[in-house]
Write a protein that binds this ligand. Structure first.
Ligand SMILES: Nc1nc2c(ncn2[C@@H]2O[C@H](COP(=O)(O)OP(=O)(O)OP(=O)(O)O)[C@@H](O)[C@H]2O)c(=O)[nH]1
Ligand SMILES: [Mg+2]
Length: 296
């Protein structure tokens, strides 16, 4: 059997989580058009008869302005250590800039085999340019792949190359396990994804979701209580919406994805609370959303 750890790095919004989902052929990670969607290192475990590949999705590397952002960048840097292969993901329409140069240092330092993945090639015709520029500026890529998750182009070729490049190794995780995160985390992420989908401007970045309770009820029903934290009273108003319309929509869309995940009917009880500046100060929330333990 071949097995190995494959870390995806890249600036926010380049499509790292989307690529992992496309390898699995279904959604295992949340995705959104807002940068900084992924906040933690998340392991997704792919197993077939001959391979076990542990994809490590990371938060996009950026210049942090909050303590939460600092955690996110540290998490991404740590995830590069000790993996077997790095997928260095760039957005074909964005170019190879300063964030990429910083990631180059990281890759060079790790001495790990690295593939350059130029994603979103559907957005631009001259996507070869970015690969040339990347190779010139950072000579650490073993191979280059051109992908479009949106059009399902280049995905299988990349996936095959990943399978070929990982070493002989043991089965690290049980066959049926697809993520190292508990169910409560996955549920909280799905709710946060719906908030990202339905809100804009500063709200997506100010939101934390914590699942407070999961209780098995009669008749195949599961009761799930979750709290959505925001930083200001005005944001709470937006999340609740006129006559509760927004929170209702968040609840309905979340439930549609949580039910197949848990395999039961779900009663989702959502609350919104204000916690001023939690991204800078509130260690309870940071801990609950799985940030603190990552860097200790
Ligand atoms: N047009 C186009 N859009 C894509 C492609 N791949 C991903 N996207 C979109 O790009 C946005 C960002 O995708 P994500 O997978 O969340 O990006 P990420 O790199 O994980 O972002 P962070 O978690 O914020 O670091 C989403 O709206 C995706 O639907 C692609 O190949 N083409
Ligand atoms: Mg992501």
């Amino acid at each position: 059997m071949k097995s190995g750890f494959v870390t995806l790095i890249g600036r926010p919004n380049v499509g790292k989580s989307s690529l992992v989902n496309s390898f699995f052929g279904r959604k295992v990670l949340i995705v959104s058009d807002k940068p900084q969607t992924t906040r933690n290192r998340i392991r997704c475990i792919y197993t077939d008869q001959e391979h076990q590949i542990i994809f490590i999705d990371t938060p996009g590397i950026h210049k942090p302005i909050h303590r939460l952002g600092e955690f996110m960048v540290k998490v991404a840097i740590q995830a590069v250590k000790g993996c077997d292969l790095i997928l260095f993901v760039v957005d074909a329409s964005k170019g190879f800039g300063e964030p990429e140069m910083e990631m180059c240092q990281l890759v060079r330092f790790s001495k790990t085999e690295t593939f350059l993945v130029v994603n979103k090639i559907d957005l631009i015709d001259s996507y070869g340019e970015i690969a040339k520029s990347a190779q010139k500026k950072c000579q650490c890529f073993k191979k280059t792949f051109f992908t479009s998750v949106a059009r399902n182009q280049g995905i299988q070729e990349l996936f095959q190359a990943i399978k070929s490049s990982i070493p002989e190794g043991p089965m690290y995780f049980p066959e049926q396990m697809t993520t190292d995160r508990p169910l409560s985390f996955q549920v909280a992420e799905l709710i946060r994804e719906k908030v990202l989908l339905l809100t804009r401007e500063e709200i997506p970045h100010c939101v934390a979701v914590i699942v407070d309770q999961v209780v098995e009820k009669e008749n195949d029903l599961i009761y799930i209580a979750a709290t959505i934290y925001v930083e200001r009273q005005s944001q709470k108003g937006i999340l609740i919406g006129k006559d509760g319309s927004m929170i209702k929509q968040i609840g309905t869309l979340s439930r549609m994805e949580i039910e197949p995940l848990v395999g039961r009917r779900v009663y989702l009880d959502l609350h919104v609370k204000v916690k001023k500046n939690w991204r800078d100060k509130d260690f309870i929330i940071l801990n609950e959303i799985g940030m603190k333990d990552e860097i200790e």
